[in-house]
Structure formats: C-alpha cells, structure tokens
Design a protein around this ligand. Structure first.
Ligand code: SF4
Length: 419
C-alpha cells in the first residue's frame, strides 16, 4: 500500500487514508473501549450497587491528542507492514498502550539512546514521533537518514513551540514551567533556541525554584551558585546576569494550572520590582499554554470533589505528568491512591500505589474500603489512560466489595437508560 508524501524534509507521510483508518478504528476499539465506562458516563458518572457507590469525573481518560497519536501509530503499522517501524520513546505515558504497540512490532527507541540509535536508522525505516514531539536536533538526524516520519505531535504542543520560537526571535529568554527531563519540555526547550539557535531558556519546576530566580531578577546574586542549581535545566551558555533581562513565560501543556499561574504572577512581580511598571511590556511576556484537555480533567476533578467521597482512585502511568497533577489535587482533600491498573488493587489491605513524595510504589491499607460500611469511591484518569483500564478498576472495586460482574453490568445498563 502506498502513502501520500506531504513534505520533503523531514519526510512526513500521511497515513490517514479512509481505508486504513476504518481498520485502525476497529482495532483501537477492541483494545481500549469499555461499555461499562460509556454507560456510566451516560448515567452522569454515578452508579450505586449495594453499599458501594462509584463516581466518575465528567472528563477523564484519553484526550484528543492521545487518540490521534494512537490512531496514527496503528495506521503506520498497517501502511508500512513490510518495513521496520520505530517509535521515539513512548507514544504516550501509559505502559499498557506502549505494550500493545510493542506487540504490534513497533520498536521503541529509549529516550537516552535517541540520537545514537537515530544515527543508525536506514532510509527505508519509518519513525513515529510521539504526541510530546521530539527535539530539533533529533529530527535533523532522522531527516538526514532519509527516514519516513509519522508525526503524531499534538497541536497543543506545537502551539507552545510557536510561542517560544517567537520569544527567541524577539530576544526574550523562555522561562518554561515544566520538568526538564520530560519529552515534551525537552522538545519545547530545543525550539526556544529559535530558528538561528541563539535563543535561551530556563526550565523551572517548583515554586521554590521560581522564588530563587525571582530573587536573582530583583537583586542579582551568586552567578556560580545559580548555574550549579539550574545549569543543566538551562540553555548552553545561559548567563543569569544577561539572560533574565527580558523573559517570556510558557509551560509544559500538562502542568497544574494553579501552579503555572502562580509562577507567572511571581515572575511578573519580580520584573516589575526591578524595572518599574512602565518597562513591563518591554521585558515580560506570558502565554498560558496549559492544554484544554489537561484543564478539563483538573476542573472535572475539582467539581467531583465538591460531592462527598470517601476514597479517590486515579488511574494512569506513573510517569504521566497530567495524571500526577490529578493525584496532587485529590490528596489535598481525601485518601487518594495513584494506581497503574486494576491489578494494583490486590485487596483492600494491599493496595499497590505510587507515592508522589517518595517517588516510589508502596503498599497501603484502606480501612474505609475494607469495611462493610457504605462507601463512595471517586474515579478519574489522566489523558493517557484508556477506558478499558478504568473499567477494570471499577469492576475490581465492586468485586472486592463482594458484588458480581453481572450485577454491575446490569445496573450500569439500567442507570444509563434511566438518564
Ligand atoms: S494532554 Fe494536551 S497536549 Fe498532551 S496530547 Fe493531550 S491534548 Fe495534547
């Protein structure tokens, strides 16, 4: 089967032909669909069976960018059935989805080997760029090798790139709120160097980092200490005495909205204190680049938390940024378990979950779930979590509460009809 070549360099190909997409959609449905979750959504996200109630957030799970990336990866495999198909790292941050792609024969290149492995690619190879995008240098190597590229970079990520490129063009340093090692932030940082490569960036993650930088903006400080702390998260040659004069703020698309806004406010105040109100327009720019899907999932969780809940389960990959922020929101209010799959619910005395503070999996006990008292469990999932994993989690909760699969499916069907 042939594919239409859209651009010459890199050799991006369009694999979304109607014939291919029909097969892809059928396959994706089989792998990730859940009738239970669809019924629950139709029923307003509420379902009670016996003494167990489940509340599902209004917005959860796969976002448009992730759906598109998965569709394109599946389509690439179909269209180029007789070629080697590589993926730069992970298509999205969900181990189940990445496992499916590996089973389909798509070869993942680990992030720390990207450039080395790309240099060995052959012109006949196909390379899938994940939803997070990829660094400019890596894309150049892939172009030089002459490979075909299936680019699944999300449009929301590309709009951040446009913004930071614009900052570089105007001589502004990009301050990027994000995790410096995250694929998306690495890709964005590379664009912040600008088309001529002479731009600068500084990636900040915590508000503690922000305060340190704001203090430097206001009063200057110890340059060596600054570089020791932030050197690896800044552009080559970054000099805090030169490159914090004019700054533009952007962010990884999946950050916690409230924290990103706080960073913007603090940097703005620091520039105002240093340069005065009249110079703000010349020395400060900001553009909120949190994506719509991340925002909706955070807002939906806040809305769900306004109702009484005993426990919150957040389902998703432990390295998923947007999922992590859902956990942060939940754990401020109630017992929250960040689980990868339903298998983490071994029993209610043995819940395997990820502790964000210790950055490790641990095992905990939930008195509330283990008791025979009525319980209301909130469920949500990040933008990279498929519905079938959410279904498995809900069914597992009911099973451990002594409620059968058949009864749950029957009640869910009834609940959605009565809505
Ligand atoms: S989380 Fe946002 S930026 Fe990431 S793929 Fe989804 S829509 Fe795009």
């Amino acid at each position: 089967m042939s594919a239409e070549i859209v651009k010459a360099k890199p050799l991006r190909v369009n694999v979304r032909t109607p014939e291919v997409m029909e097969r892809v959609h059928a396959e994706v449905e089989v792998h990730y669909r859940s009738v239970l979750v669809e019924n629950l959504r139709k029923a307003g996200g509420f379902m009670a069976v016996g003494n167990t109630t489940i509340r599902l957030a209004k917005d959860f799970g796969f976002c448009y960018g992730v759906e598109r990336a998965i569709d394109l990866a599946y389509a690439a495999r179909r269209v180029f059935a007789d070629r080697r198909v590589f993926l730069l790292g992970e298509i999205i941050h969900n181990p189940e989805v990445n496992r499916q792609l590996t089973e389909m024969g798509i070869i993942s290149i680990p992030i720390h080997q990207h450039e080395e492995a790309a240099a060995k690619l052959e012109a006949a190879d196909v390379v899938i760029v994940p939803a997070f995008g990829a660094e400019t240098r890596l894309m150049e190597i892939i172009s030089q090798r002459g490979c075909l590229v299936v680019d699944t970079t999300c449009g929301d990520v590309m709009s951040v790139w446009k913004r930071v490129r614009g900052y570089a063009k105007q001589g502004f340093t990009s301050i990027i709120h994000g995790k410096a090692t995250h694929e998306e932030t690495r890709a964005t940082s590379s664009r912040a160097l600008g088309d001529k490569g002479d731009g600068h960036f500084l990636v900040l993650l915590t508000l503690g980092d922000v305060d340190y930088v704001c203090d430097y903006i206001r009063h200057g400080g110890n340059r060596e200490e600054f570089l020791q702390r932030f050197g690896k998260d800044a552009s080559l040659g970054f000099d805090p005495d030169l490159h914090l004069k004019r700054v533009g703020v952007a962010n990884q698309t999946t950050m916690l909205k409230s924290e990103t806004e706080e960073l913007q406010r603090r940097v703005l105040r620091a520039i105002r204190d240093r340069d005065g109100e009249n110079a703000i327009a010349d020395n400060f720019q900001v553009f909120d680049t949190i994506c719509g899907a991340t925002q909706e999932r955070q807002d939906s969780l806040f809305e769900m938390l306004r109702k009484p809940l005993d426990v919150l389960l957040v389902v998703g990959g432990y390295n998923s940024s947007n999922t992590t922020h859902l956990v942060e929101i939940g754990e401020k209010q109630l017992p929250t378990f960040f689980i990868r799959t339903a298998e983490c619910l071994k029993s209610f005395s043995e819940i395997v979950h990820f502790d964000l503070h210790q950055r490790a999996e641990k095992t905990s006990y939930s008195h509330k779930l283990a008791s025979s008292d009525p319980v209301t469990v909130g469920v949500t999932a990040g933008a990279s979590c498929p519905n079938n994993l959410i279904e498995d989690t809900i069914l597992r909760v009911f099973q451990l509460r002594g409620i059968s699969f058949e009864l749950v499916m029957e009640e869910a069907a009834k609940a959605c009809k009565s809505e």
